[in-house]
Design a protein around this ligand. Sequence first.
Ligand SMILES: [Zn+2]
Length: 668
Amino acid sequence: MSHPISRRDFMKAGLGAASLFAFGSPRGAAGTPLRVPGRAATRLKVIVLGFDGMDPKMTGRWIQEGKLPAFERLRSMGAFRPLATSVPPQSPVAWSNFIAGTNPGGHAIFDFIHRDTKTYFPTFSASATEEATKTIRIGNTIFPLNGGKVRNLRQGRAFWQVLEEHGIPATIFKIPANYPPVPTKQRTISGLGTPDILGSYGTFQYFTTEPQEIHEDIGGGQVHQVYVINNRVEAKFPGPINSFKKDRPPVEIDFKVYLDPQNAVAKVVIQDHEFILREKEWSGWKRLRFSYIPTQSASGICMFYLKEVRPHFRLYVSPINIDPADAALPIATPESYAVELERKFGPFFTKGLPADTSALDNGVLDDGEFLEQDAFVFEESRAMLDYELDRFDSGLLFYYISSTDQRQHMFWRLLDENHPAYDAASAKTYGGVIERTYKEADALLDHVLGRIDKDTLLLVMSDHGFNPYYRSLNLNTWLRRSGYLHLTNDFKQEDLDIGFPSTDWSRTKAYGVGLNSLYINQKGREAQGTVEPGAETDALAREIARKLEDFTDPKTGERVVFRAYVAKDVYTGAHSGEAPEIILGFNRGYRISFSSPLGRVPREILEDNSSKWSGDHMGAAEILPGILFANRAVAAENPALYDLTATIMAVFGIDKPKEMIGTSIFKE
Ligand SMILES: [Zn+2]
C-alpha cells in the first residue's frame, strides 16, 4: 500500500494532527464508553485475511512451483481467483471499495491526495484535522477553549457498521483507510492512514557525526549533526508542534549518549530511560512523554537502533508511534481495545505503514536493517492474530498484514535485472526477499488453516497486485508541453516549490494532483477556473484522455498510460461528481513521478526511477488485480473488491444496503 508519501513535501502539506495533541485527547465520537455487542445474533464464523498487495501472477507461479503449499491447499478446498481492484489501484481507494461495498463514487476516496479547489494545494484525502476555533492567549501561551477534531473523510457506511445494526459482532484489525476509526461498538483498530506523533505519515530521526549525511532535503526523516566530546553525545529529540506556544515550536527532549571508550557499545539516557545498546542492536520500544505545558502532554513510543559507534556515530530512531496505552489521537474502538492489546503485548506499532521505507530509501537503514525492522512488524502481526483467533467464536474477523506490500515496494529492484536500481551484489543476498515474504504469508495461512473448524468461512484477499516501477511521468510537465498548463515564468521552472507556485491559472485548462488524478480547471469549482462545466469540460477530458493513451515513451517505444479513464465512465454513486475528471491507469513499468503529484512542473516529461522504491501498483486496474482465495466453491468468475462486501452481507443473511453495488461470489 503506499507510496513515498512521507517525503518532506508531504509533511509540509501536513496532516496537521500534531496540533491536536495540544487539546488532550480529542476522542470525539469514539470516546463514549462502548459495549461490544453481547449475545451474538449468529453462530456463523467468517475470517477475512488481508495481505496487502499480494499479486495473483506471482502467487500462481509459486503455487505451481510448490512453494506455497497452504495457498495450494486453500485453492483445492475452494477457489483462487484474481480479484478486480479499484480505479485507481491505490490502497486507500481499494480498501475503501471493500469497506463501503462501492466504487470511489460511493466512498469519495479517489486518490491518496486530493486538492483544495481554492488554492490548488494538495491535501490528504483520508482524514482532516480541525483545530480549536476559540482560543485565549495569556502571555506566550495559547489555551484552546473548545476541542479540535480529526475526521475520517471516507463516505458511506463501513460493512462492520452494517453488521453491528444486525447484531453481528466483528473485529477489524488494522484495515487501511479507517483512521480515525468510524464510530462503532465493534472492536476496531486503525491501520494505514494512522499518523505518527508528529502528525506525519512517518518521520524518523537520525543522529550522526558524518557531515556528508546531512542533506537538507531528506524525505520522511530529520537528520541531526552531532559531535562526540569526551565519549559523549548530547542532542535534542524533536517532538510534535507545541500549539500552546505562540510560535508553535516543536516540543524537544534533551538526551545523552555515553560511548564506551573501548568497545562498540553505548548507553542512551533519555527521560527516565537508561539502556545499553551494542552496535547494530535495536532497543525495543521506549516510551517518551512530550510536555506542552505543565498540565498537558502526549505520549509516544519509538525504537532506537545503534547503527555505528566508531569511526562515525550513527543512531537511528524510528518514527514516534502513537502510544496505544495512552493514545493522544483516536486509533481504536472502543478506546479500551488498544489499551487491552498493549497490556497483553506491550507497546506495538500503531503508525499506518509500520516499516520505515523512507529510512531505507534514504540509505539511513540498509536492506538488512530494514528487514530486521519489518520482521518485528510481521512477528507482532502473527502474535496478535493468535490472540484474536483464541477468542473468536462468532461473527467476522478481519485481519491485515502490511509486510507483503512494503517489501514488494522496496525489493522489486533486486529480483528484476531490468530495473534501473538493480544491484547484482545486493541481489545475491536480497533477491529472494519477495519470494520469501510470500512463503511467510503461506506459513501464516497454514497456521490459520490449522486453527479453524470446517464451518468457518475463510477468505484470503489482497487489494491489488504489483508490477515494476521503471520510469516516472511528470504529468504536469506533459500537460504544459501539450498546451494545457502554463507557467508565469518558464525560467524559474527548476526552483518551483510544491502547490503550483508559478502556474498561470488564467491560461491553464488542466492540472494533475495526486498519484493518478487529473482535473480540468473548471469555472465555478476551481478558484481560477477557465473551462465551462458540462459539455466543454467533458469534451476536453475526452480529448486529453485520448492524447494520454496515444503518448509513447521515446526511450522504450511503449505507451506510458495503458488507460486514461474518464470518471463518468467508471464511477457511480452519490459522490461521483467530486471525482477528478481523468484517472490515469499507467502501463506496466510506469508510474507518476515524486514531484508531479504535489503540483510541481519539472523540466523532463519522463525519468528513470533509480530509487529503492522500485515496485508499485499505480497502473490500470485491468493489469493489477489482487488475489482472492476461499475455502468454499466460488461461483463468480470475475469477482471485485466490492463483491466481497456483498458476500459478507449475504453470508450473514443481511439484505444488502442499497448503496452497495456488488454481488455475492457464492451461488445463492
Ligand atoms: Zn503499496
